[in-house]
Design a binder for this molecule. Structure first.
Ligand code: C2E
Ligand code: CA
Ligand code: CA
Length: 570
């Protein structure tokens, strides 16, 4: 192996001289040829051809400015190219004014024309090559091998230096990761995946080259930027995607981008990066949103979610979860008649106050806590029903919400039998609501389980019907007894007359299939009247009653019993 360790010039390095004036090339060549191999090019294009071909290792370029394809054009190409940036460039010029411009283009040094002291020129070229070779050793430590970007340690270190050098500049930090990169890697192989990483690295470097800043790479598929403040990050995903498409055809890559605007330089960089990671993690999994901006409020939200998860076991133990009951009424008679109630859970926390299910159900689904909660609710509901039977002599039918995550519990159907049977409740008084989208999206898993539960004697309601786009054909094969029209339709019907037609169609469909329709979220007399007119069987909503706490609901049962003298509620 060649020994190119620092300061060792026993092997001749190669210098490329670029100048359109032959005499200049010859003079420089005669100065250097004892100590270096000399290559010659007579304009920018020829030089680039030699450099980009990469057939011969070139250790240094001496570049004239004014020539066909200007030296500055060459420097611009170099700025965007990893391999060329590894070679030091010295500009040879007699024009002082050009120097500043060349510096911005990343040139390493200057030699004045006409060439004066040959020894000094030789020494300068040697020193610059040495410096670059030392730097390349350092670079191995501080940079990611593939992309040549700073690794995370040095990204943080140079980030601090950036703060020190530009104390008054407002700066942003960004974290950019590629969705499902592992999968891309597995599907298309390493070479393909590497091309994507390189394309992104180059694009980010190009973005940053217009301003102050640095780019880093963490663990391959995560990129980091620390740069002066910008407002226009929205264009970044499209730019990155274009770059990826240029590098590898026909693949759409999606990103997660977290932006931390106006970073406080006093804040530890690890803290900033940690916050960026949670901000990126909070982006929806369906890739509908690519960029999230860190904000203190979002951070508070994340913390609050963590607190809720941590607080769950104690809350369950202390009975902080309370069942509320929202009555449903038959509406086809003269007056609405009580039919059953949906159980809706409320978390009444001494710490956080009343927490609504919107805040914690999906969170608990993600964290696997929902199973415990739903089991608790099913058990409690069965016990209340037994209790009411004793107190009021009637079984009050209840609907319970089953999370799609519950479906994956191995003994779900037996468990449900257990809660109901052990309390002596007739199974048909227990209704199970499961959202339509679970039927559609996880059909293979959901249908057999629901089928089993239904054949055990429970009634099934398809919740939020219309939101899940199940095909009407498939509907005929689904195991269910009731369609519950999605609240969105009820809400939209006054604004959009077409929605009324959809509601009519759903009711008609349910009739064809011999099932009951429930409309929920009914808030106004107009909605009520419309639904009644078109044959909807049951209504649930604020118009008739809000979800009630236990005491109020028990009062309602008593009133119902007294008013209607009913012995049974179906
Ligand atoms: P959902 O099953 O669609 O429940 C209906 C939601 O609409 C309830 O919200 C209810 O309070 C609300 N609502 C009822 N009538 C009206 C009305 O007239 N207008 C408006 N604007 N809203 C009305 P809630 O109680 O906040 O529950 C939200 C969701 O949380 C439920 O949607 C359900 O998916 C879930 N959830 C609630 N309790 C449980 C539970 O015990 N287990 C599971 N797995 N999920 C539950
Ligand atoms: Ca429901
Ligand atoms: Ca619903």
């Amino acid at each position: 192996m060649e020994n190119r360790s620092q300061g060792n010039f026993s092997i001749k390095r190669t210098v490329l001289i670029v100048d359109d004036e032959e005499i200049n090339v010859e003079i420089m060549s005669s100065i250097l040829e004892n100590d270096f191999n000399v290559l010659k090019a007579y304009d920018g294009k020829e030089a680039l051809d030699l450099l980009l071909k990469g057939e011969q290792k070139i250790d240094m370029v001496l570049l004239d400015v004014f020539m066909p394809m200007d030296g500055r054009e060459v420097l611009k190409v170099r700025k965007e190219n990893i391999d060329l940036r590894k070679i030091p460039f010295i500009v040879c010029t007699s024009d002082k004014n050009i120097e500043k411009e060349c510096f911005h283009l990343g040139v390493n040094d200057f030699i004045k024309k006409p060439y004066e002291n040959p020894d000094i020129i030789v020494a300068r070229v040697k020193r610059m090559i040495e410096l670059y070779e030392d730097r390349s050793i350092l670079k191995e430590v501080e940079r990611d091998k593939l992309t040549d970007l700073y690794n995370i340690e040095f990204f943080k270190k140079y980030g601090k230096q950036f703060d020190a050098n530009f104390p008054d500049l407002a700066k942003d930090m960004l974290l950019i990761s590629i969705n499902r990169f592992r999968l891309i890697h597995e599907l298309y192989g390493k070479e393909f995946a590497d091309k994507i990483l390189l394309a992104i690295a180059d694009q980010l470097r190009a973005c940053i080259s217009h301003c102050n800043g640095l780019v880093g790479n963490d663990a391959g598929s995560t990129f980091l930027i620390y740069c002066e403040h910008h407002e226009d990050y929205e264009i970044l995903p499209a730019k990155l995607n274009e770059a990826v498409k240029r590098a590898v055809n026909d693949i759409n890559v999606s990103f997660r981008i977290a932006v931390y605007p106006n970073v406080d330089p006093a804040l530890d960089k690890d803290i900033v990066l940690g916050r960026l990671r949670t901000t990126a993690d909070d982006l929806p999994d369906d890739y509908t949103k690519t960029i999230a901006v860190y904000s203190h409020e979002n951070q508070e939200k994340t913390l609050h979610r963590e607190e809720l998860v941590e607080g769950f076991p104690k809350a369950l133990e202390e009975g902080q979860f309370q069942l509320y009951f929202q009555p449903k009424y038959y509406i086809q008679g003269d007056k609405p008649v009580f039919a059953s109630a949906e159980v809706l859970i409320r978390w009444i926390s001494p710490e956080f106050g009343l927490v609504s299910p919107g805040e914690f159900i999906s969170l608990f689904e993600e964290n696997g806590l929902i199973g415990k909660l739903d089991s608790y609710i099913f058990d409690k509901a069965a016990k209340y029903m037994a209790d009411w039977k004793e107190k009021y002599g009637v079984y009050v039918p209840l609907s319970l919400n089953l999370s799609r995550v519950d479906i994956y519990r191995p003994n779900l159907a037996e468990e449900i039998n257990g809660y109901v049977d052990s309390n002596g409740i007739p199974r048909e008084k227990f209704l199970i609501e499961i959202t339509e989208s679970a039927f559609v999206e996880d059909a293979k898993e959901v249908i057999p389980v629901i089928d089993k539960i239904r054949s055990n004697g429970f009634r099934i309601e398809i919740d939020d019907f219309g939101s899940g786009y199940s095909s009407f054909g498939a509907l005929a094969d689904l195991p269910f007894d009731t369609l519950k029209i999605d609240m969105q339709f009820i809400r939209a019907m006054e604004k959009n007359p077409k929605v009324k037609d959809i509601i009519k169609m759903i009711i008609g469909l349910a009739k064809t299939l011999n099932t009951t329709t429930v409309a929920e979220g009914v808030e106004t007399a107009e909605q009520y009247a419309f639904l009644k007119e078109h044959g909807c069987d049951i209504i649930q909503g604020y118009y008739l009653s809000k979800p009630l706490p236990l005491n109020d609901f028990e009062e309602l049962i008593q009133k119902e019993m007294a008013q209607h003298g009913r012995e049974e509620i179906l």
